[in-house]
Design a protein around this ligand. Structure first.
Ligand SMILES: C[S@@+](CC[C@H](N)C(=O)[O-])C[C@H]1O[C@@H](n2cnc3c(N)ncnc32)[C@H](O)[C@@H]1O
Length: 285
């Protein structure tokens, strides 16, 4: 019998994930899947479910199978060129939002390494009067960010560049020429994992998510370090009011030292994630 109950009973994957796949195949919500165990799948629907289920048994993340991941209550398109947005990053939005909302200032938010655009687009949705510039080295990731920006109706200027390269700098300076901003903020959830972590990571992550979105050299600091050095040498150093970085918990002390050396007068706060691990650096000029 091809009903929902049998499909769920016979599934080779976790039942919650099978429910998500069925919901996707049947184009019905979760309540329908729960409430109608007797609902009969057509042959085409059953075949579709089986083929998606098979992909999941090969460790492909559900988000890539469904081409969507919820982030801060909104559906973000994702594919194999983008990292799947993580809950830690949702908490980074909370931190930034708390600092930036209720201040009447005109804000410019620059998101380096935007991936699916989850951070920049969510910040634009949460702080609508902010201007947002988002960059990534990957053109294919930017294509996804562009689609998300359109579908979620959150305007963001997208730039392809290697960290704070010429393209991004010139886009920022063009924007600054047109509008006066009294608060310029940089946010970055760049790759920060040491390459040695790879061997212990789940196949769902290492076999599917882009390694260019995960790893950054032997200590994981290659890109964050380079970005901070670029900022310290650019005109932006005197314009940026604060920067928000997501990091690996093992890096907070080392990065604090690096920041103190590059920007002696800046203040660094290390904030914990919801599991109590030092996960975010908030730098204020
Ligand atoms: C950890 S992912 C984060 C994506 C997104 N910000 C998020 O929070 O889900 C890091 C992103 O940085 C991008 N990236 C890697 N190296 C970069 C570089 N040198 N310059 C700009 N972006 C880079 C990757 O393509 C990837 O999209």
């Amino acid at each position: 019998m091809n009903d929902i109950r049998t499909a769920l009973r016979q599934t080779a994957i976790q039942s919650k994930e099978a429910e998500l796949l069925l919901s996707h195949v049947l184009k019905k919500d979760h309540i329908f899947i729960k409430a109608r165990p007797d609902f009969k799948l057509s042959r085409a629907q059953l075949l579709k479910f089986k083929s998606l289920e098979k992909r999941r048994t090969h460790n492909e993340p559900i988000a890539y199978i469904l081409k969507s991941q919820p982030f801060y209550g909104q559906p973000f398109m994702v594919n194999r060129h983008t990292l799947i947005p993580r809950p830690e990053t949702e908490y980074l939005v909370d931190i930034i939002k708390k600092d930036l909302t209720n201040k009447p200032s005109k804000k410019l938010i620059i998101d380096v390494g935007t991936g699916s655009g989850c951070l920049s687009i969510t910040l634009k949705l949460q702080i609508p009067n902010a201007t947002v510039i988002a960059s990534d080295i990957s053109r294919k990731a930017l294509n996804v960010a562009r689609k998300n920006s359109r579908s979620l109706k959150a305007e963001a200027v997208l730039v392809q560049d290697d960290l704070l390269g010429d393209e991004l700098q010139s886009k920022i300076h063009q924007t600054l020429k047109k509008t006066f901003f009294d608060r310029i903020v940089l946010v970055a959830n760049l790759p920060y994992l040491p390459t040695s972590y790879k061997k212990d990571m789940a196949p769902d992550v290492v076999d599917y998510e882009p390694s260019t979105a995960l790893f950054a050299g032997s200590d994981g600091l290659m890109l964050i370090n380079k970005l901070l050095t670029q900022i310290s040498k650019s005109k932006l150093a005197s314009l940026i009011k604060s920067a928000y970085l997501e990091i690996d918990p093992s890096q907070s002390k080392k990065l604090t030292k690096i920041i103190k050396k590059l920007f002696p007068s800046w203040q660094v706060r290390v904030l914990p994630d919801l599991a109590g691990r030092p996960r975010y650096l908030v730098i204020s000029a």
